[in-house]
Design a protein around this ligand. Structure first.
Ligand code: SAM
Length: 270
């Protein structure tokens, strides 16, 4: 069904050099840039993927941003997980519609949004963050994309908690736990209590020292409760095709983080 772009929606305007401008549509407002001015009223009512002309004749493509495009543009409090890693995380943590997922820390909310969409209408995402100012940035980012956090634009239920996950996890029988914080080994005891058997723990860390410490702690103290499924990193390289020149882009985001995946198991004698 064709849904025309409405007032209050977020759109990206893309110029012929692929530069993007993000605007929140408001009747009567305008957007100015080096190549002229565009009236919001000229965009409201258009179909996604249409074009609009600026006052100086520049043609701009109008699109509703994809989640990865929005994440790249949104306000960052903390360092976010890059979309290339988020894509792999959704698959490696096997986030499914209806899943009950716990995440810490929320940071800027990049992973939270992807989780929310993946758990679907019947799922739930609970996200812990110990810094109030980051929680507020994340809340705003999420609401700009999905609408109110309480309803999250028809996606799964979202609960943002101003809590330190090192002190414990209130939720039980969780399907998935995802940790993007400095010392994930400090959460293992709580994960052991809160993750259901067969559930997946996924930790994301930038340094191999952190992954080593996590693996060691798991091996020494929690060997009976967890089985390591794999440790990964993701490389994604763009290519350019211009006429007969076809080559990889000069720049790429190289190392970002390691993805550590383990499964909770019931002890043989329990
Ligand atoms: C790298 S950022 C997370 C980024 C997030 N995954 C995203 O994609 O936007 C790490 C966050 O974890 C939070 N954090 C660190 N330790 C925590 C703890 N013990 N409990 C809750 N949050 C914590 C930090 O305040 C920070 O916001």
């Amino acid at each position: 069904m064709l849904k025309r772009i409405k007032e209050g929606e977020l759109v990206h305007l893309i110029d012929k050099k692929d530069k993007r401008y993000q605007i929140l549509l408001k009747a009567g407002s305008s957007f100015s840039f080096t190549r002229g001015t565009v009236l919001h009223d000229d965009i409201i009512g258009l179909e996604d993927g249409s074009t609009v002309k600026s006052s100086l004749g520049e043609t701009l493509l109008v699109v509703r941003p994809a989640l990865a495009e929005y994440i790249s543009k949104m306000r960052k409090g903390s360092q976010i997980i890059y979309p290339k890693d988020i894509a792999a995380i959704l698959m490696l943590a096997d986030i499914f519609p209806g899943a009950k997922v716990l995440e810490a820390g929320t940071g800027s909310g990049a992973l939270t949004m992807a989780l929310l969409r993946a758990v679907g209408n019947d799922g739930e995402v609970v996200s812990y963050e110990r810094r109030k100012e980051f929680l507020e940035i994340a809340r705003k980012n999420i609401e700009t994309f999905f609408g109110k956090v309480e309803s999250a634009g028809g996606s799964g239920k979202l609960v943002l908690k101003d809590k330190d996950v090192y002190e414990g996890i209130e939720e039980k029988e969780l399907d998935r736990i995802l940790l993007d914080l400095q010392e994930p080994w400090r959460v293992l005891k709580h994960v052991e209590e809160s993750l259901r058997n067969g559930g997946i723990l996924l930790c994301y860390n930038p340094t191999v020292l952190q992954i080593y410490k996590l693996s060691k702690r798991l091996e020494l103290k929690y060997e009976r409760s967890f089985r390591v499924m794999g440790i990964y990193e993701v490389g994604l390289r763009g290519w350019e095709i211009k006429g007969r020149s076809m080559r990889p882009e000069h720049r790429m985001i190289a190392h970002t983080g390691f993805i550590f995946v383990a499964r909770k198991c019931s002890s043989p004698d329990s």
